[in-house]
Ligand binder design. Structure first.
Ligand SMILES: Nc1ncnc2c1ncn2[C@@H]1O[C@H](COP(=O)(O)O)[C@@H](O)[C@H]1OP(=O)(O)O
Ligand SMILES: [Mg+2]
Length: 353
């Protein structure tokens, strides 16, 4: 008998692989497919294209599942030139493995209208009942535009619990043992591109972006931290997304002297899951911002399956059953199980966190 969620894992890996290859094409273009420049939440043609490809794969395989996705198609209905650019990209991005492309993913998107309908169908409200996929087609768009790290994110929740998580990180080194660095290789894809995956209760793996599917995966695990003072922190590049001043106070209290590695997107979760970093802190910068489920679902499972513990700053598990946002959580602390409690205690000693 095949293990639980093996089909979901295969479809998710291939869908993320295909979408990641699409985003890489946009990334290598100097204008990076920017759609809205001044926006606080920038968007590129890669966001829409990747979302269309992932939803196409999910609709083909799991037609009755719900989908929560970050982007919506209305902009494309109003802007024909924009829709045409995205359509060119979507119809010309295919896996080399024709069998995977046609038999698993269901082949190409039919036409431009179909593409926009697919993008629009990621509008589920989420919740605690049934099978719901969460998609962030390009997490860390600011990093993507800067030439830094970003991630293509997909997770399946069943009754509010994450069962499958896949992260495509086209700019992280393939090598799990490479030192943690925010450097994305100045646009070179030599030795870069990794897919992290996890299924609840089955561990976490990494594989090169160019060889997705179920073959070629290696088990990954967090690095055991014996001395917290020797640990390294991972945090957002954007000071508006995580309070870097509070993180510095926490590092000092823990005796950590190494500077934090700042990196965009859920690439942080993948990096600590494979032991390239130790602790990911996301400390709220505002009382009103609610984290989005697509920004955390895959990473949360991958870190937990690699031997980590993930909570918010109050020590509560991330709760993906409250709709499109983590309405009942505040910030994130992801750390190896053995030291998570110590980190949490120190986080709570910092006034205002
Ligand atoms: N005030 C905020 N606090 C935390 N995260 C935020 C905030 N504003 C936006 N984000 C989200 O942070 C994510 C990127 O995180 P990171 O800093 O780890 O790369 C993006 O998905 C972004 O959402 P959006 O895409 O809607 O701007
Ligand atoms: Mg995001």
């Amino acid at each position: 008998m095949s293990s639980p969620y093996s089909k979901e894992l295969l479809v998710a890996q291939l869908a993320v692989q295909r979408a990641s290859l699409l985003t890489r094409r946009v990334f290598l273009d100097s204008a990076k497919g920017t759609v809205s420049k001044s926006d606080a939440s920038p968007v590129t043609i890669g966001d829409f294209g990747a979302q269309a490809l992932i939803i196409a794969a999910l609709r083909h395989n799991f037609p009755s599942d719900e989908i929560v996705a970050e982007e919506e198609g209305s902009k494309l209905r109003e802007d024909a030139a924009l829709a045409d650019r995205i359509w060119e990209l979507v119809k010309s991005t295919k896996l080399d493995d024709e069998k995977a492309e046609t038999e698993v993913l269901g082949g190409a998107v039919k036409n431009k209208e179909h593409m926009i309908d697919l993008i629009d169908s990621g509008n589920s409200k989420g919740g605690r009942a049934g099978r719901i996929w969460a998609i962030d087609p390009i997490d860390g768009t600011k990093g993507f535009l800067r030439g830094g790290q970003y991630a293509v994110c997909l997770a399946l929740m069943v009754d509010g619990d994450v069962k499958v998580g896949v992260l495509g990180c086209p700019n992280l080194p393939v090598d799990d043992a490479a030192p943690l660095s925010a450097d994305a290789g100045a646009g070179s894809d030599e030795g870069r591109g990794v897919i992290f995956s996890a299924v609840l209760g089955q561990g976490a793996t990494s594989r090169p972006l160019t060889s997705a599917g179920l073959a070629g995966g290696k088990s990954i695990a967090m690095k055991p931290v014996t001395e917290l003072s020797a640990a390294s922190f991972c945090e957002s590049v954007e000071a508006g997304h995580s309070n870097q001043g509070d993180a510095a106070k926490i590092a000092e209290k823990l005796g950590i002297t190494r500077p934090s590695v700042r990196m965009d997107s859920q690439a942080k979760y993948g990096s600590i899951a494979r032991g390239a970093g130790d602790i990911y802190l996301r400390l709220p910068t505002s009382k009103t911002y609610q984290e989005k489920i697509w920004d955390h679902a895959a990473g949360d499972l991958i870190v937990r399956e690699a031997g980590g513990q993930v909570t918010d700053v109050l020590g509560r598990r991330l709760d993906f059953g409250h709709g499109r946002t983590l309405a009942e959580n505040k910030g994130v602390i992801a750390a190896p199980k053995a030291v998570h409690g110590q980190v949490l205690k120190v986080v709570q000693e910092v006034p205002g966190v």
